[in-house]
Each structure stands twice: as structure tokens, then as C-alpha cells.
Design a protein around this ligand. Structure first.
Ligand code: SF4
Ligand code: SF4
Ligand SMILES: [Zn+2]
Length: 520
């Protein structure tokens, strides 16, 4: 149970060592509602002064100003069942950012779903300027690379209005095979046996050496290889898909899939891609290529069809999961207004739960290695029905769980655990033990006899951190990292987009580093 700072038990704004219970939070809320226009209020039967803040102070944090990116002090407060970050830049003033719309879930992330960090084999940069100006990974980082990205080109066959990489048809850069190999080697040096490597772009499938790059990845001790794609080439080139199928197993496509309707696609992608998606999925089902649908979510654009997308994904035999990513304010964000379109992880979670009966609240839980940014539900698809797993697992099982990482991997032990799980002749302890092996950041999965990957389904919410929501406590736990083109470093994906992509290290980060050194 958490102790919040507070001066006196009767003072809701400041009490010391008071146990925070749901009852107490309700009392404080009732008290806040009771505030009168005269400024006199009652709390626990006592008359209170008018000088009481309209929130519960939960914690202090370090953030950055979303205009100048300087480090600033922040507070985390609870108000009206929401979590806000309050921060002030000396130059750009005050910011109040919604962090979560579910206090209980937020507290579970911070107080329950935590486990010892897992380290990479190697760090890449010294601690010098202070986080987040030292990426990376510097020795202060608190989680290894569960998923490592390699961007092989900036060119793309779409020019989406929202693209964190600012890729598009106007860009023509393709990294050479040798260059990509250096980046893959940097990942292997850090991770030894990287859990998941995702080949990304731009649009990687239009790279002239695409298959040589996949071969180079397959030659390395990478456990699971993914390709991030908008699906255009998949939809148009059957021979290409057939060749891709040769990379199964331990291979997966991350297929952009934002909407089943025309309008959101026009708004987010600048093109009606419905037919493209349909044809791509036909081909992927035909060649049985393991696929995750990836939905970028914007408020007022496609956030009303998250449930429909889950239900649709469940009907596709090649689809083993769906990932929802609220837009991160980074790169090209045409038509994106943070005040109108920004969405938090808990809002996306709430909408999924409201919009589909296939996932229950207890199933969609924080992922322990980075609970602020990742939530997951895991289930089996059997005879057209979904059987959720995560809701069956007590949190302490996850906390004490196995390898702290995001992975689908072939693992002979999993077969036994699945069989044990679905038999009746073992104890609850045995059952918990089986589930623990199935779930970490993502479940480790093996398709045992009679239960193929077509039976597996995962819902994942990934909220990348941007300059609005930046929180030092969270950024140090990020586990999605990107190989820097210099072939020397892995950098948290979130800070890469803020400080390290293209020329930002020089133009944005350089002055901030100078300033940090000047203040020492
Ligand atoms: S985000 Fe991680 S790698 Fe980057 S400076 Fe902070 S601790 Fe170091
Ligand atoms: S979001 Fe993806 S598909 Fe769209 S322009 Fe960027 S890289 Fe290309
Ligand atoms: Zn500022």
C-alpha cells in the first residue's frame, strides 16, 4: 500500500504517512465536490480553509518543456479520477497534461506491475549530460531492448500526413546492405540474442536489397524477425509474398491497419487503402504468414472503431494480434492537434473495453517491464471463440515472472505449460507456473500439436512518450529501441524521435547539452 506525503490525517491536501485507500480517495473527492462558493468546505466533518488544492498530490517527477525540451520539474496529481502532469518552464510557462484517465489503473502500473529491470549485455554511451540527453543506451537505462528497430530506408510509397519518421515519396534514401549489417551488429552486441528485431522504414518492402537484408538478419542470432509495412507491395506482388513466406517461422509482419472506413484512412494516410488492406490480408492468409495489425489511433478519427478492429482481426487466420498506438507527437504531424487528437493509453484501453465484448478489463493489463507505455491482453482463439489468459493471472505471478522481455518465441517448455494449463489434474500453483511462462512483456508462444499460431491472439497498446507526456521515471524503462544509423548505439525509440532523428542531435540536442554542462 502506498504512503502519500501528507501533513495531517485530517487535511486532504497534505497529510503525512496516510494510507491511501479507495475509501480515502472517495472521501477526498466528496470533499472537493462539497466546496462552496464562499470558500468554506468540510472534510471529515471539519471546516476547512479555502486554501486547499483541488487535487491529490501523488508524486514529483522530471519532465521536459514541450516547446524548448529543457528539463523541468513536474508534479503528478490526481483530479476528478484523472492523472495530470503539472510542469512549468521558466521561459514557456505552465503545462497541464492528461497522463491517464484512470487513477486506479495508473497506480497499479506504478505500484503493482513492476519487476526488476533486465539489462543489456553492453551500454553504448557514458552518463555525461543527464537523462534524456545521454542516449544511449547509457548505464542509467533500466531495461534492455525487448524490441529493436532497424530503419533501412526513408523512402516510402505513401506520404502519410502523420509520420514520425517524416518518410514519404519525396525521400529517396536507402541504406546499403553493409550499412544495415552494421546496425544489426550493434543490436547483437547489446543483446547477444536479440528477442525481436523489426525491420522498418520508410517502407522497407520497396528497398532494392530487401531480401538480402532479411537474410542478413536471419544469419544473426535473432529470436524473432518482424517487418513493418504499409502492405502495398504485399497486396500487389504475389511472388513477393510467396518469397516472404519462406522466412517463417519466427517471422512476422507488422501490417499498418488503421481503419475499416474510408474517411479515417484519407485523413491519416492520404489514400483510401481499404482494397489494399483486403488484398494484403488475402495474400497473408493464403501463405499463412504470421501478422500483427497495427492501428495508429487519433481521437475523433478512428477511436470509435477500436472494438470493431479487434473483432475483425479475430476473423483473420493469419492475424495473431492487434497493436494500438496513439499518435506520438513527433516528426510530421499534419492535421494533428495535441489538444484535440492526443490520446492516452488508458483512454485507448477504455475504448477497446467499451467497444468489444471479446476483451475484458481484467485481461488488458500493464506489461511489467514498462507498464506506463504498454498494456496487453493475451488469448487463445479456439473454435471461433476467444479465451483470454491474462485475466487469469494474479499480478504477483507476473511480478515474479520469467524473462522480462517482449517476445514470441519457439520454446519447447511452452508446449508443456500450455498442456498443463488446459489439464485438470494439477494444482493452482502448477497452473500459475504455466501461465508465468506464457506471459512477460509478450507471451512466449509455441504452437503445440493441435494448437497452432492461428489459435493465438494478442491485443497490445503501445503509447510512445512524447514531449508532452515525458516523464523521466518512465523514459528510463522503455524497451523499444532503435539502432542509430551510426552503427554504434541503440536509442530508446521515444527519445530518438525527440532528440536523435536526422539532424536533431545537432540542432535540438546540441544546445541543450551545452546548457546542461554550463549549469554544472
Ligand atoms: S533515456 Fe535511457 S539511455 Fe537515454 S539518457 Fe535516459 S537513461 Fe540514458
Ligand atoms: S507512416 Fe509509414 S507508410 Fe506512412 S509515410 Fe511514414 S513510413 Fe510511409
Ligand atoms: Zn520551455
Amino acid at each position: 500500500m502506498t504512503q502519500l506525503s501528507a501533513k495531517s490525517e485530517d487535511d486532504p491536501a497534505c497529510s503525512m504517512g496516510v494510507e491511501v485507500t479507495e475509501e480515502r480517495i472517495s472521501e477526498v473527492r466528496a470533499y472537493l465536490r462539497s466546496k462552496s462558493k464562499t470558500g468554506t468546505k468540510r472534510y471529515r466533518g471539519k471546516i476547512m480553509s479555502a486554501q486547499v488544492r483541488p487535487y491529490l498530490f501523488y508524486d514529483a517527477a522530471v519532465s521536459i518543456c514541450s516547446t524548448c525540451y529543457r528539463r523541468v520539474d513536474a508534479k503528478i496529481v490526481f483530479e476528478e479520477d484523472k492523472v495530470f502532469m503539472l510542469k512549468r518552464c521558466a521561459e514557456h510557462g505552465f503545462e497541464r497534461v492528461l497522463i491517464a484517465d484512470d487513477v486506479e489503473y495508473y497506480r497499479r502500473c506504478r505500484e503493482v506491475f513492476i519487476k526488476p529491470p533486465e539489462m543489456p549485455a553492453k551500454y553504448n554511451t557514458p552518463i555525461k549530460y543527464g537523462c534524456p540527453y545521454d542516449c544511449g543506451l547509457c548505464p542509467d537505462h533500466e531495461q534492455h531492448s525487448c524490441l529493436s528497430l532497424v530503419e533501412i530506408c526513408d523512402a516510402c510509397n505513401l506520404s502519410c500526413p502523420v509520420c514520425y519518421a517524416e518518410s514519404g515519396t519525396h525521400r529517396t534514401e536507402y541504406k546499403s546492405l553493409e550499412h544495415v549489417e552494421r546496425m544489426l551488429d550493434a543490436i547483437v552486441a547489446n543483446e547477444l540474442k536479440p528477442d525481436i528485431v523489426q525491420v522498418s522504414g520508410g517502407e522497407p518492402t520497396i528497398h532494392p536489397q530487401f531480401f538480402e537484408i532479411l537474410d542478413a538478419a536471419k544469419r544473426r542470432p535473432i529470436q524473432h524477425l518482424m517487418v513493418n509495412t504499409n502492405g502495398i507491395r504485399i497486396a500487389q506482388d504475389d511472388a513477393f509474398v510467396e518469397r516472404l513466406a519462406g522466412y517463417m517461422p519466427r517471422f512476422e509482419l507488422y501490417l499498418q491497419f488503421d481503419s475499416l472506413r474510408r474517411e479515417p484512412l484519407m485523413q491519416m494516410r492520404g489514400a483510401d487503402l481499404r482494397r489494399v488492406r483486403e488484398k494484403a490480408l488475402e495474400a497473408l492468409n493464403r501463405y499463412k504468414i504470421s501478422t500483427t495489425l497495427v492501428v495508429t489511433v487519433e481521437r475523433g478519427v478512428n477511436d470509435d472503431e477500436l472494438g470493431a478492429l479487434v473483432d475483425f482481426a479475430l476473423t483473420q487466420s493469419c492475424v495473431r494480434g492487434i497493436t494500438f498506438q496513439p499518435v506520438q507527437q513527433a516528426g510530421r504531424t499534419l492535421g494533428y492537434d495535441k489538444a484535440l487528437h492526443r490520446l492516452t493509453l488508458t483512454e485507448v484501453r477504455r475504448k477497446i473495453l467499451e467497444q468489444t465484448a471479446n476483451i475484458r478489463a481484467e485481461d488488458l493489463i500493464p506489461v511489467p517491464c514498462h507498464p506506463d507505455s504498454l498494456a496487453m491482453a493475451y488469448a487463445l482463439k479456439i473454435d471461433g471463440k476467444i479465451l483470454p489468459l491474462t485475466g487469469l493471472i494474479p499480478p504477483e505471478v507476473l511480478i515474479d515472472g520469467g524473462r522480462n522481455t517482449i517476445i514470441y518465441e519457439q520454446d519447447p517448455a511452452i508446449r508443456d505449460h500450455i498442456f498443463k494449463l488446459f489439464s485438470t489434474n494439477h494444482s493452482p500453483e502448477g497452473q500459475a507456473s504455466s501461465l508465468r511462462e506464457l506471459l512477460c512483456c509478450m507471451p512466449k508462444v509455441l504452437a503445440p500439436q493441435g494448437l497452432t499460431y492461428e489459435n493465438l491472439f494478442r491485443v497490445l497498446i503501445v503509447q510512445f512518450i512524447d514531449a508532452q507526456s515525458f516523464d523521466l521515471r518512465s523514459i528510463k524503462k522503455t524497451c523499444v529501441h532503435i539502432a542509430h544509423p551510426d552503427g554504434q548505439r541503440l536509442i530508446p525509440f521515444d527519445t530518438y524521435n525527440m532528440f536523435y532523428r536526422d539532424g536533431l542531435e545537432e540542432t535540438r540536442l546540441g544546445p541543450l547539452r551545452e546548457r546542461a554542462m554550463a549549469s554544472v
